[in-house]
Design a protein around this ligand. Structure first.
Ligand SMILES: [Zn+2]
Length: 453
């Protein structure tokens, strides 16, 4: 998700790419104006809107997307048979595996070739997943949702801001100095000094960060009695579960509201906190969100936990219908005081939220680590991490047919570069990766218990 936002700023609309601004700015404005109104619509009106969008999406998918044409034929589904939101349950789920195997068949035929923008997402799968966005258009719409979220703290995309996310460079300025990006991978004592100095000079109005990383900055600020940054109006956390103890410390140290939002590169779900609550308000304008149990049945009662499944409305070029995110949500039926009649999740947890613990007892989220091994070597069939001691990780790898010493060296070098002296790695080769009792694979078997302070 954050990567999309980052990509957006790299390309649009401040890059001087005049054509892109002219082409896509109206899309952004139109979406943004709509969202300002729709957030106050009643549940009934929002569902009416969703049904119209769903029918449009299904007609399009049937007519233009070979994967869905064959799927609907096989299951005897006709788009016109979908006459209520519940009817979506007639359509089989879409998994990461299906996307991987059908990437070309999921492309809509009625778009010209140059409209397809290929992106990969490490996501929570452990392997890069390839997808297509409609060039410029999907980003413009997504940005309207981001801006509406920023409105809650009177922040704007054009304000100076900072990121503390998964970056290769320790820090960098981009978009004509508007954005300062700091790497969440390099949070040692020396760089924490540097980051605080950089933030002070940059004067961001808001920060977008992985909560575990910003928590460490907060700890450092507190330990060294550093004054807070007066320019800051809000912090927006994403990419990991944010725990109350993290939020409390970050809010206290930075003296501003910490919001959280949930989204992913696949662009099927978008949910944010509001000024009255730390629960996640799911944007119905972004798509249809379902929560399902292990048998694939919808769960709808208070405190029910299930997998989040999304049907996205903003990227028709590569439609994802009933996409299984592998993240989990906890349902609440309580209405929020803010007045938005949105479905609400109390908590969101996912595979992507797992953390590794370093020698100095720091938590490094697995976000960013995912895909790293697969990126280094195409000859790895499967992998799993096991942590038994702080600062030590065992990597179990199932070798592919062509795996060689060169692959091993590439993996070692890449890990060394990324994690420097924080974590020692031991590679073990195996023929079998153990699955969790649910049958799902856990990419990290964390045997250490978490220390909250
Ligand atoms: Zn609310």
């Amino acid at each position: 998700m954050i990567l999309i936002l980052d990509e957006y700023f790299k390309k649009y609309p401040f890059t001087g790419d005049a054509l892109k601004i002219i082409t896509h700015f109206p899309t952004y404005i139109k979406q943004y104006k709509f969202l300002l109104e729709s957030q106050w619509w009643s549940k009934e009106k929002l569902e009416e809107y969703q049904l119209i969008k769903l029918q449009k999406l299904l007609n399009h998918a049937y007519e233009n997307v070979p994967y869905y044409y064959h799927l609907f034929k096989k299951h005897g589904i006709k788009p016109r048979d979908i006459s209520s939101l519940k009817d979506i349950q007639k359509i089989p789920y879409l998994t990461k595996e299906i996307i991987r195997k059908n990437i070309n068949k999921l492309r809509a035929k009625n778009y010209s070739r140059y409209k397809f923008e290929y992106i990969t997402t490490g996501g929570s799968t452990g392997y890069p997943l390839g997808l297509y966005f409609e060039r410029g258009n999907a980003e413009a719409k997504y940005s309207a949702f981001i801006q509406r979220m920023l409105n809650q703290s009177s922040c704007h995309l054009s304000n100076k801001h900072a990121y503390l996310i998964n970056e290769d460079e320790i820090y960098r300025h981009h978009i004509f100095g508007k954005i300062l990006s700091l790497s969440s991978f390099h949070l040692d004592e020396k760089n924490l000094h540097l980051y605080v100095k950089k933030l002070r000079k940059h004067k961001p109005k808001f920060i977008v960060a992985f909560p575990s990383a910003l928590f460490q900055v907060a700890q450092f600020i507190e330990k060294n009695n550093i004054d807070c940054f007066s320019s800051l109006k809000a912090i927006f956390c994403s990419g990991e579960t944010i725990y109350d103890w993290q939020r409390n410390k970050i809010e206290k140290t930075f003296n501003c509201r910490v919001h959280a939002f949930y989204s992913h590169n696949e662009q099927t779900v978008f949910a944010t906190t509001c000024n009255h609550s730390n629960n996640y308000h799911i944007s119905p304008e972004f798509g249809i969100t379902e929560v399902i149990d292990q048998d694939g049945k919808s769960v709808t009662k208070e405190n029910d936990v299930g997998e989040i499944v999304g049907t996205g409305f903003i990227n028709f070029i590569f439609p994802l219908i009933r996409y299984k995110t592998q993240d989990k949500g906890v349902i609440t039926l309580k209405k929020c005081r803010c007045g938005r009649d949105y479905p609400i999740l109390k908590e969101i947890e996912g595979r992507m939220f797992e953390v590794m613990i370093t020698k100095t007892n720091r938590y490094i989220p697995l976000t960013g680590f995912y895909g790293l091994i697969a990126k280094c070597s195409k000859n790895v069939i499967d992998w799993q991490l096991i942590q038994e001691r702080e600062g030590e990780l065992i990597i179990k790898i199932i070798k592919g047919k062509y795996f060689s010493n060169k692959d091993e060296q590439m993996i070692k070098n890449s890990l060394k570069n990324k994690f420097s002296k924080e974590i020692d790695f031991e590679i073990q080769y195996t023929n079998h990766i153990k699955l969790a009792p649910s049958g799902k694979k856990s990419f990290l078997i964390q045997k250490l218990s978490y220390n909250n302070d």
